[in-house]
Design a protein around this ligand. Structure first.
Ligand SMILES: N[C@@H](CCC(=O)N[C@@H](CS)C(=O)NCC(=O)O)C(=O)O
Length: 206
């Protein structure tokens, strides 16, 4: 059985929601960032990167959200979470998720994780100032150039949707008004009503 390691409010929720959408048989274990469980020897033995998500499979541990989402879509083909029959369409899915992973997520991380890139307090403060600007710019680009509607990739719900929804949750804390991007605001509402998403959000509160 699959086992997901996650933490509340993190990018790992995209994988959690995707497991639910796929109807997967899995367990989920929550780590406490407050207690720095992601850096504990036990967890580092599972994921030496010290980050969530990590997905334990019968073939070994997977990390990196875009890889995990594509894996889940492939092992649960009946859920039709990615267009594997069309190389170009699937490349667009990967392109979108790679942008979230490599650009949007990294911009957001400059608010809390400045110590990854600098040592001076003034550098941390400077990085934090940029977060509302860089996040707003990324979401404006997604809204205007990438989001097809009604789902990210058009009519078909894909692994891009839980991932976008997860990062959309960060906007308020990053002082970005989601209503400045009406298509993404509407996507956020529709995603929030999905049973899979509700289940994951409720599990976080438990
Ligand atoms: N590229 C990774 C990023 C994973 C990542 O940075 N996760 C954050 C939570 S959103 C984390 O575990 N942070 C803990 C830390 O930095 O100590 C992915 O997309 O899966």
């Amino acid at each position: 059985m699959l086992k997901l390691y996650y933490a509340t409010g993190t990018c790992a929720l995209a994988t959690y929601m995707t497991l639910e959408e796929a109807g997967a048989d899995y367990t989920a274990e929550r780590l406490s960032f407050k207690d720095k469980q992601q850096s504990s020897p036990d967890y580092l033995a599972i994921n030496p990167k010290g980050r969530v998500p990590a997905l334990v499979t019968d073939r070994g541990v997977l990390t990196e959200t875009p890889a995990m989402l594509a894996y889940i879509a492939q092992i649960f083909p009946k859920a039709k979470l990615a267009p594997f029959d069309d190389p170009f369409d699937f490349a667009q899915v990967q392109s979108f998720n790679s942008y979230l992973c490599s650009t949007v997520h990294i911009n957001h991380a400059h608010k809390m994780r400045g110590a990854r890139w600098a040592t001076e307090e003034s550098s941390f403060a400077d990085m934090k100032v940029m977060v509302p600007k860089t996040m707003a710019a990324c979401f404006a680009l997604i809204e205007q150039k990438m989001f097809k509607g009604p789902w990210v990739m058009g009519d078909q719900f894909t692994i891009c949707d839980p991932y976008l929804h997860t990062l959309s949750h960060w906007l308020e804390g990053d002082s970005v008004d989601i209503n400045a991007t009406p298509k993404i605001a509407d996507h956020f509402k529709r995603m929030s009503d999905r049973p899979a998403v509700r289940k994951v959000m409720d599990a976080q509160k438990a």
